[in-house]
Design a protein around this ligand. Structure first.
Ligand code: F6R
Length: 239
């Protein structure tokens, strides 16, 4: 794993956006796996700046988001679909038909997960962005006794509910989600992990130095040949 430490999240966002934009310039039809949450926001902001300055076009890229809450309307302000619309998609020239999401309101969750797996297998993911849960989760692959494989429905852990319920000021937070599995994530050709703030420091330490174990799902990244870990000083404080 390559580990890079930045003075703050804005500097991290600028450097990573510059890398992603240069990758798009070499391969305009790049396929991305995108994450939601606070961690990638500075990267998305900086990507929008590149677009506004006319330095890049996103009109050929394809995106697959990692996860989505179950039984939360897509239009709800807390759905991950709304998050991506607000923080990136409505501000760049991506084509609606190239945006892919798990449907957390599907009638048959197994069929929905298979549909998404097939789409990902068909297209492949060139670059996957990941955030990190305080408990070491990636996507919504929570600590467990076994590594997960493909997309599936998960009951969220207490740690994740505690961390994310701050965003749910009007309605209670859903306790289930659909997520790409560990194997789906590991199939990406290249992975950029973003972690900022001291609440991530223990999880970063375990991910890099701990045993490879489903009790810390992100530790599986030690086995991937092309992972870059982008940290601010606080998230890196135990390294
Ligand atoms: C979000 C996701 C999660 C987050 C993680 C960190 O799509 O899959 O794994 O990346 O929970 O969240 P933040 O960045 O809000 O600390």
């Amino acid at each position: 794993m390559e580990v890079r430490i930045f003075k703050d999240k804005d500097q991290l966002g600028e450097v990573l956006a510059e890398i992603l934009v240069s990758r798009i310039k070499s391969k305009p039809d790049l396929s991305f796996g995108f994450a939601t949450g606070a961690s990638p926001v500075p990267v998305y902001k900086s990507m929008i700046d590149y677009y506004r300055k006319g330095l890049v076009s996103f009109n050929k890229i394809t995106t697959f988001n990692l996860d989505e809450y179950c039984n939360l309307p897509r239009e709800d302000e807390n759905s991950y679909y709304s998050f991506m619309q607000e923080n990136l998609f409505t501000q760049i020239d991506i084509k609606e038909e190239n945006i892919n999401f798990l449907n957390g309101n599907a009638k048959d969750f197994d069929a929905e997960c298979k549909r998404y797996d097939n789409l990902i297998l068909d297209k492949g993911i060139d670059i996957q962005l990941l955030g990190l849960g305080r408990n070491g989760h990636i996507g919504f692959n929570e600590p467990a006794t076994k590594f997960t494989k493909n997309c599936f429905k998960i009951k969220l852990s207490e740690s994740t509910i505690e961390a994310n319920s701050v965003y749910f000021t009007k309605n209670p937070m859903p306790h289930y989600a659909l997520t790409m599995g560990t194997v789906s994530i590991m199939r990406a050709k290249e992975i950029f992990m973003i972690a900022t703030g001291d609440k991530k420091a223990d999880a970063i330490y375990e991910m890099i130095n701990g045993d490879i174990s489903p009790l810390c799902p992100s530790s599986v990244l030690q086995l991937h040949p092309n992972v870059h870990v982008f940290l601010d000083k606080d998230a890196a404080k135990r390294l």
